[in-house]
Design a protein around this ligand. Sequence first.
Ligand code: CA
Ligand code: CA
Ligand code: CA
Length: 293
Amino acid sequence: MKSPASRFSRCFEGKNGFTLIEMAIVMIIIGVLSGGGAFVMGMLTERKARNESIDYLHQAREALISYASTQGMLPSADTDQDGTGDGAASGGFPYLDLKLKPTDFYKRALRYEVDSSLTTDLQTACSALKAGLAGAPDVVDGDGSTTAFPVAAILVSSGPMDADGDGNILDSITAGTHQGNNTTGVPNYIRFPPTETFDDLVLYIGEHELYSELCEYLALAVINSSASTVYVYNHTAGSNLGTLTAGDSGSYQILSGTQASVRDANNGGGSPVVSSPDTPIFVAGRGYTIDVP
Ligand SMILES: [Ca+2]
Ligand SMILES: [Ca+2]
Ligand SMILES: [Ca+2]
């Protein structure tokens, strides 16, 4: 004879032999597992998005350095969203000039700013790099530096969202030891680990790295043994290197590949004087000497 409890339990028995109570427990376990699974999947997707956007930033950075090596300058920023530079220092990443895809994992174009002295030609770029950059873009690197410093170029991915809720997908940090504004770059950009109110991803090209990639200087020595004053001229840069009176000599730092001449008039005027070797001449290698007998 069945007990009252057993009869009660069988009242709730499902067609496969499980009681409704057992089925409810199974459903709760499935719910917990599927909820946790969704959470884990969300985390993995977020990590994949972040890693792929960081990969894209590195591709863009490498492409910029390669472009500078072949073109002697960095590209200007894209201000009309067609992927090509428009002569501006600040705007979108000119992905077509670099032959890269237009957007990061978040389907957004990168922000790009370049020091304007680096977008003209090799002579101008290397002169600026040799002297040390002084203007925008500046960056505070949250890995250690609280003081902003100028960089050759900077790339900013917005990350997944407008984390600081200011209406722009790029973010700012306005309090604490490391501060910056990636929307304007004023007074500086900021590279910083993600927080609840900052999720941008930033890479930059430092001036010394670009200098070593781009600018090979050599010493051009000119010995004036003649009885006249001669003028040393840089044709590539369109500027004077120096003036040597009779019996004088000089040494000039010039970029490898520069065309130079020794002349009988200033500012590239007059004619080349007799020298060994004859000028104008393209100067390359580790060092060079021109003798004026
Ligand atoms: Ca454009
Ligand atoms: Ca953001
Ligand atoms: Ca924002």
